[in-house]
Design a protein around this ligand. Structure first.
Ligand SMILES: [Zn+2]
Ligand SMILES: [Zn+2]
Length: 416
């Protein structure tokens, strides 16, 4: 068996790996969205796709496969519904910018009609393989997949994005016993702040701002982060003081329709019942009057209602960044104290800005613990910068694992 690394190796973004055996199985097919969109390398024949989760760095280029083929895509139901939401939005943005999308609406519809809904822990047969998905603990519906070759009994595991430590809304990832493990390594070089400490400082800082009559503006990624933060706010009695705006609303509804994929769906449902949903301009004006929390997209301030809010904040308001900010985005500029670019014009934010590392990825300890739980012979690191992949490889080798750190364009042969 041979694995070709078409993207997402030595980089974060455009994850796409083809497992070439009797059949060709594509693991994820994403885009890298920075200044310009980057796609995976030439994909070739695909007989089946396995989609780990909805984020566009894993799913954004998948519809293009359906231009001249019609393979099944194995994914959980929330993943496909969230993909639909994100891709519809990407198509709308492309149209507004007069960009030619990499696939048509018909390709996208074909993809949606060919998907095989997977439940965690159930075996799905495909030719000589059994594909099983388990909870990856990253976002609603995210999956760690195993592909077993029925003839040899060998198993390939693929983590997608995962987190072993529990979040408020997601359980920790379930391990997958396998011979070869393809594992993300976004934080291979470091560790996250302890979760309890992070949550308590976030809540304390939010209370400080709103009790002083300021606005707590919390930019969030629509899928995953907005639901997690809303659940945390509800847990601390703050949902009633929260406005929810942008694509976060629709993503939250999808997550709520699939509570069995959440650790604590009830908490999220209770939070949603208490928040003020922003559906009209006058509600938006009320939201910035002070004393309130605004949870809105986009998480890196690249678009969405957050850009409208940030220009209207009172002096005692604060911006709470809740995730990694890619270089070149407004969120990254904000962290560096540089002016934002809104509709081509510069805007300087005079408010305090805080960074809270609510990452849904495995930290260094998680990577080690998870590798031990899966006990593979070989580990292939992906979804990390060259430096982070090298750091993770070095420490995993000390534990006795054989570790590969491919680059985009590489191929590696395995016994399967
Ligand atoms: Zn992700
Ligand atoms: Zn990712």
């Amino acid at each position: 068996m041979r694995i070709r690394f078409l993207g997402g190796a030595g980089e974060v973004g455009r994850s796409a790996f083809v497992v070439e055996d009797k059949k060709n199985i594509l693991l994820d097919c994403g885009v890298k969205v920075e200044s310009a969109t980057e796609y995976p390398l030439e994909i070739g024949r695909v007989d089946a796709c396995v989609l780990s989760h909805a984020h566009l760095d894993h799913s954004g280029f998948l519809p293009s496969i359906y231009r001249d083929a019609s393979p099944p895509t194995f994914a959980t139901q929330p993943t496909m519904e969230l993909v639909e939401l994100l891709i519809e939005d990407a198509l709308k943005i492309a149209k507004r910018k007069h960009d030619k999308p990499a696939y048509s609406r018909a390709d996208f519809r074909e993809m949606m009609s060919k998907y095989v809904p997977c439940e965690y822990g159930y075996e799905n047969e495909f030719d000589d393989y059994v594909i099983t998905m388990r909870d990856a603990g990253h976002i609603c519906g995210s999956a760690v997949s195993s592909i077993e070759n029925i003839r040899s009994g060998r198993i390939l595991g693929y983590t997608g994005d995962f987190k072993l430590e529990e979040q408020t809304l997601q359980k920790g990832a379930d391990p997958v016993k396998c011979d070869i493990l393809i594992m993300e390594s976004t934080y291979g070089g470091g560790e996250h702040t302890g979760r309890d400490k992070l949550v308590s400082s976030f809540i304390e800082d939010i209370k400080d701002v709103i009790d002083n009559g300021g606005t707590a503006l919390v930019p969030v990624f629509a899928v995953g982060r907005s639901q997690e933060i809303l659940a945390i706010l509800e847990e601390h009695g703050l949902a009633e003081r929260t406005y929810l705006d942008g694509m976060a609303r629709a993503a939250t509804e999808i997550a709520l329709a699939h509570k069995r994929f959440l650790k604590n769906g009830k908490l999220l449902a209770e939070g949603v019942n208490k928040v003020s949903v922003v559906d009209m301009q006058h509600v938006r004006r009320n939201a910035v009057k002070g004393g309130k929390i605004i949870l809105t997209t986009s998480g890196m301030l690249t678009g969405g209602p957050v850009l409208n809010y940030i220009t209207q904040l009172s002096r005692n308001s604060k911006v709470f960044l809740t995730g990694f900010q890619v270089e070149g985005t407004n969120g990254h500029r904000l962290l560096e104290g540089k002016p934002l670019l809104i509709d081509g014009k510069k805007f300087t934010v005079r408010n305090e800005v805080g960074f809270y590392d609510f990452s849904a990825h495995a930290g260094r300890k998680d990577l080690h613990d998870y590798a031990k739980l899966c006990s593979p012979e070989e580990i292939v690191l992906v979804h990390g910068s060259v430096e982070n992949m090298a750091a993770a490889a070095e420490s995993l080798r000390l534990e006795g694992f054989r570790v590969h750190t491919p680059k985009v364009g590489d191929t590696i042969d395995f016994e399967f």
